[in-house]
Design a protein around this ligand. Structure first.
Ligand code: NAP
Length: 248
């Protein structure tokens, strides 16, 4: 039997990168995958077709993760379409890097809204279905930077540390209702988010990774499969790093 056979999963920001890899691995493991995108409509439609061809009852929804109203409408639409949500993956995220001296209010607000408020938005709305079911797994994608901080990313690091605090709190609030809540902290993973870093920054980052390579989105997705599945029924309130020993 596949690890996520018949489970209904909702993954935010799955048109590219880590979210896409999670949606694909989930479908490989037998999940029906509802997923969101913001602007990459063609890529989202292509993924929907790809997942359907794998036997997943997949559907792409355009929804801005940072909007409370859109998250509410999304949860409602997914529940109308699928009747339940077993696994929620809050993955959508952005960077707007700058040294604090130069960081403007917009860069701060955009990152905190997309990376942190989004997790509140959808967890709150999707949790209702899990509370009724008395089971569910919530997986929040944070970052190693949320544990270590990083010069030039005060906004991003603050949002990702916030996700860890949120994860631990929610795990304590709803553990008694059979719902688990964990975070995954990827290190330096090859996606469009890291493609845009300059070569000198990439070299400096690589030098600090004991495994001496960037991670692949699939390697994060495998950990999401573990946390979404019944292989982790007593794991909750944790942050699992996927970082090639970058953070020790
Ligand atoms: P990516 O390649 O830039 O992809 C980001 C995804 O998020 C896209 O599908 C994008 O959708 C979606 N998205 C962005 N803003 C959104 C919004 N407001 N509403 C809904 N969807 C939105 O990034 P990635 O590297 O895969 O990162 C995924 C997650 O992992 C993020 O939370 C990131 O912080 C975290 N992470 C990444 C790394 C890394 O090294 N790559 C390391 C640690 C943590 P559209 O394409 O439609 O815009």
């Amino acid at each position: 039997m596949k690890l996520l056979e018949g489970k209904i999963a909702l993954v935010t920001g799955a048109s590219r990168g880590i979210g896409r890899a999670i949606a694909t691995r989930f479908a490989e493991e037998g999940a029906h995958v509802a997923f969101t995108y913001l602007s990459s409509e063609e890529k989202a439609k292509a993924l929907e077709e790809e997942l359907k061809a794998m036997g997943s009852n997949a559907k792409a929804y355009r929804s801005d993760a940072g909007s409370f109203e859109e998250a509410e409408a999304l949860a409602k639409a997914v529940l109308e379409d699928y009747k339940r949500i077993d696994v929620l993956v809050n993955n959508a995220g952005i960077t707007r890097d700058n040294l604090l001296l130069r960081m403007n209010e917009e860069q701060w607000d955009q990152v905190l809204t997309t990376n942190l408020k989004s997790v509140f938005n959808l967890t709150k709305h999707a949790m209702r279905s899990m509370l009724k079911q008395r089971e569910g797994s919530i997986i929040n994608i944070t970052s190693i930077v949320g544990l270590t901080g990083n010069a030039g990313q005060a906004n991003y690091a603050a949002s990702k540390s916030g996700v860890i605090g949120f994860t631990k709190s929610v795990a304590q609030e709803i553990g008694s209702r059979g719902i688990r809540c964990n975070a995954i902290a990827p290190g330096f993973i090859e996606t469009e988010m890291t493609d845009k870093l300059g070569d000198n920054i990439k070299e400096a980052l690589l030098a600090g990774i004991p495994m001496k390579r960037m991670g692949q989105a699939n390697e994060v997705a495998d950990v999401a499969v573990f946390l979404g599945s019944d292989m982790s029924t007593y794991v909750s309130g944790q942050t699992l790093s996927v970082c090639g020993a970058m953070y020790r």
